[in-house]
Write a protein that binds this ligand. Sequence first.
Ligand SMILES: C[S@@+](CC[C@H](N)C(=O)[O-])C[C@H]1O[C@@H](n2cnc3c(N)ncnc32)[C@H](O)[C@@H]1O
Length: 192
Amino acid sequence: MNNIDIFLESVKNLQTVGTLAFSSKHLVKKMVEPIRFAEARCIIELGTGNGCITRALLRRMKPDTQLLSFEINDNFHRMTAAQLHDPRLRLINDSAENMLPYIYESGFLYADYIVSSVPLVSLPKQIEENILNSVLTTLKPSGLFIQFSYSTILLKKIEQTFGKKNVKVNFTPLNFPPAFIYVCKHNLNNAH
Ligand SMILES: C[S@@+](CC[C@H](N)C(=O)[O-])C[C@H]1O[C@@H](n2cnc3c(N)ncnc32)[C@H](O)[C@@H]1O
């Protein structure tokens, strides 16, 4: 897909893509910064898109860490599958809601980190709920869920899900649009 195809695909699917421009290198850096790569065995990405966060994860991952990346859009999935060839990466053309069986299939009980750019705010409420519930069942206790959003509308829901004291909010103006990054620790006592 060239840039025009990507733009048109984003316009056509604005509710699920959530933006007309993929993440800047500054936002990508902020998304991967909280990850302790030396300790990560299994990382999940939600919303592969053009693979900008996927590439940053692969650059930092150890040779024996696995990355499962979910993308619901068939064209974006095909594009990244044609571009990214790495034995540590599994690109999955399915909804983030269904992540749990895939990690079992890949030989893991939990993910150490879940990095998400799916536009939770613009997705139907039930899908947002399903994704957050899937995150809670798939992420290991004390693992991190890292999600960006272009507004703070999501903050209340994120704090309800993870417990207020387990959520840290970062921000970068160096993205279009500027973005908030929620870094959420999975604490079994505080999650609903
Ligand atoms: C804002 S774009 C981010 C793409 C890229 N990772 C980035 O940071 O620029 C969100 C991506 O999430 C995908 N997406 C939306 N809903 C999804 C779902 N339920 N499961 C998996 N991917 C989804 C969209 O198709 C889109 O590619």
